[in-house]
Design a protein around this ligand. Structure first.
Ligand SMILES: C[S@@+](CC[C@H](N)C(=O)[O-])C[C@H]1O[C@@H](n2cnc3c(N)ncnc32)[C@H](O)[C@@H]1O
Length: 409
């Protein structure tokens, strides 16, 4: 809440169903009459009501505010605001939000059951004992697991989830467009203004992300190049393809049989829209809408015509850190079933266990993880080695490298 911290707004009291905050009268918060600016009062009151609502969700983190260690948290949004200013606020403004006790259980139950919570919370604003303004804020909240389940069907995908996944894909494209070698000329268009600003903003606090994305992308490109040189005919399967532009960098090859791109339905729509005009290829590109958690990867690829007997280059870039190891093992098992040709390869990146557990003792790495958690995109799973005993029954490691192999630090 950068604006509020600039105003020195503070939380003075929190209890279950109750929040009190103070917006001090100061140079920053006052207008030409040395009274508080109406819109700032609204802002302070909005956060006061929102915090009161959070207190009903026990200790779970609110995405965008609290660092998320795992992938379970609360997603909150303001739906409507009604405010009445009764008199000028000429002193520190105390805002209080109270949720009646009889509502607490009902709200928490809806939330933990994964249903939409829609609640109107009154906020009273005072200078000392004097009533200055009253407001009613309507909030919407949902738990993040229930929210992401809406993404299995494009029609039902919640608008806020759409926003979240679009933003993170545009962020990655934005980071690629910042690459000093300019080896991804269309990334900037794909990222759009929002992706570019997001990337620049993110780099201020976590510059490592850009280098990490650069390293993994470059390594995957190199591996794919080698693979393409070795085989007269092969297919590519790109899992969680997002807004990756690799297709444009490899479309000149004449030994690609077909490309299969998989992602959530809403992401594939965005992809088709963003890559329109540059994804013209001589080989077929199949876009397969899928939720990896449904465990239907092999089935869907076979139905789309993938021939498991031919050499296949599988890519799972920037994905494994967002899935728990059991979920990843399921995806690996499906990939393995499709690797009936001994030449087939899976390229993927993963994060070390120490990074996810904050045990590196490297400040930059820990800051980076903290930023990802705050952004609501925490890396939830790390590995000492990705070839755990279960996974080593499926694959053999051909090559392993750390992401700093091509950057200075
Ligand atoms: C960090 S992005 C990486 C995108 C792309 N591979 C790249 O490097 O640009 C992760 C991708 O995984 C996709 N994804 C996340 N959860 C998914 C799920 N349950 N099923 C399928 N795709 C998913 C996201 O939509 C997103 O495109």
């Amino acid at each position: 809440m950068p604006v509020l911290s600039f105003l020195k707004w503070r939380i003075s009291k929190i209890e279950r169903g109750f929040t009190q905050t103070v917006l001090p009268l100061n140079v920053e918060s006052s207008n030409q009459y040395i009274t508080q600016q109406a819109a700032l009062m609204l802002l302070a009151a909005d956060y006061t009501g929102g915090i009161a609502l959070c207190t009903l969700f026990n200790e779970i983190p609110v995405m965008g505010f609290h660092p998320m260690q795992g992938d379970y948290g609360a997603y909150m949004w303001g739906a409507k605001a009604n405010i009445k200013w009764h008199r000028p606020s000429a002193d520190d403004l105390t805002c209080e939000a109270v949720i009646p006790e009889e509502e607490w259980g009902k709200v928490a139950k809806r939330f933990f059951e994964g249903r939409d919570v829609i609640i109107t919370i009154p906020v009273i604003m005072r200078n000392g004992d004097d009533l200055v303004a009253t407001a009613d804020f309507t909030y919407w909240a949902k738990n993040t697991h229930a929210l992401r389940e809406t993404a299995r069907d494009e029609e039902k995908t919640h608008i806020l989830y759409t926003h979240q996944i679009k933003t993170s894909a545009q962020l990655i494209a934005g980071l690629r467009s910042l690459n000093e070698n300019h080896n991804d000329p269309i990334a900037e268009d794909v990222a759009g203004k929002q992706g570019l600003i997001l990337a620049k903003k993110f780099c201020l606090t976590a510059p490592q992300l850009q280098q990490m994305v650069e390293a993994r992308t470059e390594h995957c490109d190199r591996s794919l190049e080698l693979f393409a040189k070795k085989h007269s005919s092969f297919s590519i399967v790109n899992i969680g393809v997002g807004l990756d532009t690799r297709l444009c960098r490899f479309k000149h090859l004449n030994n690609i049989n077909a490309v299969y791109e998989l992602d959530l339905p809403v992401m594939l729509s965005l992809r088709s829209e963003k890559l329109k005009g540059v994804d013209d290829t001589d080989f077929p590109v199949h876009r397969i809408a899928i939720d990896l958690r449904e465990n239907v990867l092999d089935d869907r690829l076979l139905k789309a015509g993938l021939d498991p007997q031919q050499p296949i280059f599988f890519i799972w870039e920037g994905g494994s850190m967002y899935f728990y190891k059991e979920e990843t093992h399921q995806t690996f098992t499906a990939i393995r079933k499709l690797m009936q040709n001994s030449e087939s390869l899976l390229w993927l990146d993963y994060t070390s266990k120490k990074v996810v557990a904050d045990e590196t003792n490297i400040q930059e790495v820990e800051d980076f993880m903290a930023n990802m958690r705050r952004m609501g995109e925490p890396f939830i799973q790390g590995y000492e080695t990705i070839l755990s005993s279960e996974n080593s029954r499926l694959f053999e490691m051909k090559h392993l490298t750390s992401s700093d192999y091509c950057v200075d630090k």
